[in-house]
Design a protein around this ligand. Sequence first.
Ligand code: NAP
Ligand code: GCO
Length: 267
Amino acid sequence: MNFDMNAFSLEGKVALITGASHGIGMAIAEAFAAAGATICFNCSSENSRDRALKAYKEDGVDAHGYVCDVTDETQVQALVKQIKEEVGVIDILVNNAGIIKRIPMTEMTAEEFRQVIDVDLNAPFICSKAVIPDMIEKGHGKIINICSMMSELGRETVSAYAAAKGGLKMLTRNICSEYGKYNIQCNGIGPGYIATSQTAPLRERQPDGSRHPFDAFIVAKTPAERWGVTEDLMGPAVFLASDASNFVNGHVLYVDGGILAYIGKQP
Ligand code: NAP
Ligand code: GCO
């Protein structure tokens, strides 16, 4: 029996990566482009989109960029329709757009809680609902939800984020359950602690020039003894977007340097 390495190819596929103006989403988009996909991304402002388009072009990626608030179903439905008309039917959706608010729960307002749930959980529902009908008609589809270690663990000040990412793990399993029969695979990627703008506050140098305590904590908790970088997510994302994973469904692939498996270095 021969294995065809083209199983990892994304040639001819149209991918929408939400929130891919920088960070993890941009890395995933660039990996998909390297694998042959046509890249579409959205973000929340024209400035962000235009900066991202310039960055993609500098990296040799001819991306299609859109401004669309993923929490607004009308905007998302219009985005999917516009991409279908301008680029083609979306074969791969990555629900990457996300926010976090680090506030002790008893100090967090209900509105702040709702804002995080809206972007990190309601939006993946809205975006997935928008692309699934065309995936059914086409006979295949890939949905990748960017979950988190907080899909499994809690920690102080991230109650809304953990609730959202825990829910996103179960939404992943439910899309698998409901649409697997249409050859749609919905999986999650659970990044560990990755050096992006979202985690920058956790890595800032202290006034005395020393490392942020959380920075040292994470390195001690990670068997790889380092923070992740966005490049670490590229291969796993291409795998889950490709035909090589057509019998993988409802799974969350943790890309965390081993944190979830490790009790942590003895102090
Ligand atoms: P990031 O650098 O903060 O980027 C977030 C992206 O989401 C930006 O492109 C932002 O667009 C977009 N976005 C936010 N709200 C939006 C909305 N309402 N509509 C459209 N776009 C919106 O984040 P990141 O670190 O790359 O994280 C990306 C994903 O990975 C998130 O879901 C995050 O929860 C998850 N994650 C991150 C880590 C980590 O350690 N960094 C670990 C696990 C999971 P603008 O540029 O317009 O603001
Ligand atoms: C935090 C971090 C984490 C990471 C990520 C870990 O404040 O604990 O932001 O939530 O972003 O989600 O997987």
